[in-house]
Design a protein around this ligand. Structure first.
Ligand code: NAP
Length: 273
């Protein structure tokens, strides 16, 4: 049953899903998969013609209702319009915060305007849309937010420093929101893909000959949705040994009691020669 259906059906309505970055890659694949599950959609990206084509196909194949919101999420006024839609449209029960970009080159050579746009898209837009959705979802006592992060946020060694920093932000934001909102009925998932075959590489000006092996985008999103259905707070489709993540979390949490100190650690109190 789709969100615009009504009548005497006793089942709860299937919520509509707002997906950012829905014109290609991971976002377009989420749109396909949620449409096949019977969810109405609101697609958000800059390329309206591409979203029109995707919407036409999904209406035809899945019989769902699809709206298009053309927006550049680095423009504050356009971002505010998307946030308003999330705030005001009670049919939307799932937000997929997916739009994002990369940036090639070394930090000291990247143009500062490009860095600022990257940070705006990968962090400011994500937190603003999450905030708009969360307020209404908490009032409703239900809802879900999927934030598409990246394993790069765990690996400064990869040398994609600003991109990785934005993804570390998204993962932290998701983990914190999961802890804050779960008891209020709102599920928050961070999805951490590794290298996946989409347009992001060419868009970022990457050397296509130097790319690692890439995961198929359909396999990535299908795996992420298995994690979604299990209500995992963090889903890392390429990580085969889940125990490594658990060990990483345990090591981090083991430090927490150690932070509550009024004196600096001994190694900083030793007078140096
Ligand atoms: P993609 O095919 O390039 O898709 C990016 C999407 O974001 C497009 O729909 C694009 O649409 C939209 N977008 C870009 N700039 C935008 C802006 N200023 N305003 C609104 N929308 C904008 O790349 P993808 O791989 O699917 O990326 C999706 C997410 O996955 C990103 O957050 C990315 O960081 C993450 N991720 C990807 C990989 C990978 O290897 N592919 C790995 C880890 C994480 P328009 O151009 O039409 O606006």
């Amino acid at each position: 049953m789709s969100a615009h259906s009504a009548g005497s059906d006793p089942r709860p309505p299937t919520p509509a899903v707002l997906i950012t970055g829905a014109s290609s890659g991971i976002g377009a694949t989420y749109a396909d998969r949620f449409a096949r599950r019977g969810h109405d959609l609101v697609l958000v990206a800059r390329d309206g013609a591409r979203m029109d084509r995707l919407a036409a196909r999904l209406r035809e194949e899945c019989g769902v209702h699809v709206d298009i919101l053309q927006a550049d999420l680095t423009h504050p006024d356009e971002l505010a319009e998307v946030a308003a839609r999330l705030r005001d449209d009670g049919r939307i029960g799932i937000l997929v915060n997916n739009a994002g970009a990369g940036l090639a080159g070394s930090f000291e050579r990247q143009a500062i305007d490009d860095i600022e746009r990257l940070v705006a898209l990968n962090t400011t837009a994500v937190v603003r849309l999450a905030r708009a959705a969360a307020a209404r979802f908490v009032d409703a006592g239900e809802g879900a937010i999927i934030n598409v992060s990246s394993v790069v946020g765990l690996v400064p060694e990869f040398g994609q420093t600003v991109y990785g920093a934005t993804k570390a932000f998204v993962s932290y934001l998701s983990q914190g929101l999961s802890l804050e909102l779960a008891s209020k009925g709102v599920y928050v998932q961070a999805v951490l893909p590794a290298a996946t075959r989409t347009e992001i590489w060419e868009r970022a000006g990457a050397d296509m000959n130097a790319l690692p092996a890439l995961m198929d985008v359909g396999e990535l999103v299908d795996a992420a949705l298995v994690g979604f259905d299990r209500r995992e707070p963090i889903t890392i489709p390429p990580l085969h040994d889940a125990g490594q993540w658990d060990a990483y979390q345990a090591a981090r949490q083991a430090m927490i009691p150690g932070f509550a100190q009024v004196h600096a650690a001994e190694r900083y109190r030793t007078a140096s020669a």
